[in-house]
Design a protein around this ligand. Structure first.
Ligand code: SF4
Length: 105
């Protein structure tokens, strides 16, 4: 048996889960729609009003739902990238997102 290390890692050794189409793992720009991740969002299946409470209203229910949402990271990233001003995105309120942005600098 001869081992030829010069060949290196085979091209097909690394399997990209995105290319396999694992549910919940998607490219942000799938179908050219930057909001395609919302197809997996939990808020779309619940009460969207909870995510856009009136001023001073409770955000607790919405945030709790976000904690089990599969696309939380994409959601937060989208909100930060697009300067979403209102509502809960990725489990954070507008104020919390502003703070996060400041910290990220
Ligand atoms: S993280 Fe929260 S706001 Fe974002 S998609 Fe999921 S449930 Fe909706």
């Amino acid at each position: 048996m001869s081992l030829d290390y010069r060949q290196g890692v085979p091209d097909d050794w690394f399997i990209d889960p995105v290319d396999l189409g694992v549910p919940g793992v998607r490219r942000d720009d799938e179908d050219g729609n930057p909001l395609s991740w919302q197809a997996d969002s939990l808020c779309a299946q619940t009460d969207p009003e909870a995510f856009f409470p009136e001023k001073g209203g409770s955000t607790r229910d919405a945030k709790r739902i976000c904690t089990s949402c599969e696309v939380r990271a994409q959601c937060l990233e989208y909100a930060l990238g697009n300067d979403e001003r209102f509502g809960i995105w990725g489990g954070l309120s507008e104020r919390e997102r502003r703070k996060l942005k400041k910290r990220a600098g």
